[in-house]
Ligand binder design. Sequence first.
Ligand SMILES: Cc1cc2nc3c(=O)[nH]c(=O)nc-3n(C[C@H](O)[C@H](O)[C@H](O)COP(=O)(O)O)c2cc1C
Length: 258
Amino acid sequence: MEHAQNLSADPHCFDTAEREAFYKTVFTRRDVRGQFLSTEIPDDVLSRVLLASHYAPSVGFMQPWNFVVIRSQDTKQKVHSLFQTAHQEAAEMFEEKRRDTYRNLKLEGILEAPVNICLTCDKQRAGPVVIGRTHAPEMDLYSSVCAVQNLWLAARSEGLGFGWVSILDHRKLKQVLNIPSHVVPVAYICLGYVSKFHDRPELQTAGWRPRLPVQDILNFESYGAGAEALENHQLVENMQTRQKQLEEEGYQGSFAST
Ligand SMILES: Cc1cc2nc3c(=O)[nH]c(=O)nc-3n(C[C@H](O)[C@H](O)[C@H](O)COP(=O)(O)O)c2cc1C
């Protein structure tokens, strides 16, 4: 196997500062629920993050997404009441000892965020036969999720908080937003400037679930096969070292070169 000896000489490789900016975006991105400010999002900023989202990859270049940009307090109220109903129903689904913890989690910022966006997937966008979707019909949904992630990362780089609200009855959400039957609401997003970004996922801090160690999710050659083989030790060790640094110190801006 060939190894790139000198990455900085490769014209395709971003320079260190550019790569650092990318990793900073990835590692400091958070799901924001409770820290939204009412500050308006200027149109030029909003246009940048929406365009970044539109340039996501998509199966067969289908671009199945639409963006419903919501600023009306009336519409937000309607969606918020859908959330409240679904949230109560959801609480009952957890085992009793976790129910109170669940109820106390802040899981949306619909009314506080100045902009809400519903990102959808039009399953008919490119006709019935789409390159790459022939044997996996869900690929159109995955494509829309790629657009969500682009938006999320672009938002973080602009200092905008982004919160994904999925605790909603999507059939009712479609009625509220007048979404046609063949179009799927993929993500309901709260967007706005924030008072702070947490260092860690709020669910991690609340003790709901820990961040999984890399060695538990990394397999080689077949699913479930661990990292015992000698040739993989260094890779796993590098990842463990970086993960340890992230977990203990947070993002310190040295991930492009370590
Ligand atoms: C598909 C999806 C749906 C989510 N739905 C919700 C939600 O309804 N409410 C919420 O507070 N967070 C929601 N989240 C955010 C996750 O809880 C969050 O990403 C996770 O706890 C890790 O935290 P982080 O994004 O800050 O790293 C969702 C995330 C994804 C990817």
